[in-house]
Design a protein around this ligand. Structure first.
Ligand code: GSH
Length: 106
C-alpha cells in the first residue's frame, strides 16, 4: 500500500497511525497538495490527501472512509478500536452531564 500525504495533515496522520496500529506495511509518499499536486492527480483527481493506494492499484480517499476500510478488513484489531470508541462515547456522555456516574463521589 502507498499512503500519499504529508504528516502535517491531521487526516493523513490518522490514517498513518491506523496503518501502524494494524501492523500494515506501507510506503509513504509525503507529497504536498501544493507543490506535488501533479504527482497526486493520477491517484486522486481531486489532488487531496490522504490518498491510500491499495496493492491492486485502487485508490481510497477521505480519511474516514479509509479508516472504515481498514477496520472492515482487519477485524481482529478493529474490535479493540470499537472498544476504544465505545469507551470514548461513554466518557463523552459522562462529561456532558446527561448521565450521572453513580461511582463518582462515593
Ligand atoms: N475530509 C477529508 C479532509 C482531507 C483534507 O482536508 N485534506 C487537505 C490537506 S489536510 C487537502 O487535501 N487539501 C488540499 C485541497 O483540498 O485541495 C478527509 O478526512 O480525508
Amino acid at each position: 500500500m502507498i499512503l500519499i500525504g504529508q504528516y502535517d495533515s491531521p487526516f493523513t496522520r490518522r490514517v498513518a497511525i491506523a496503518l501502524k496500529l494494524y501492523g500494515l506495511a506501507f510506503e509513504h509518499r509525503p507529497w504536498s497538495t501544493f507543490g506535488d499536486a501533479d504527482k497526486i492527480a493520477p491517484y486522486n483527481p481531486l489532488r487531496r490527501v490522504p490518498t491510500l493506494v491499495l496493492d491492486d492499484g485502487e485508490a481510497l480517499i477521505e480519511s474516514t472512509a479509509i479508516l472504515d476500510y481498514l477496520s472492515n478488513t482487519n477485524s481482529r484489531i478493529s474490535k479493540a478500536f470499537d472498544f476504544c470508541v465505545a469507551a470514548e462515547n461513554i466518557l463523552a456522555l459522562l462529561n456532558s452531564g446527561l448521565v450521572v456516574d453513580s461511582c463518582a463521589g462515593g
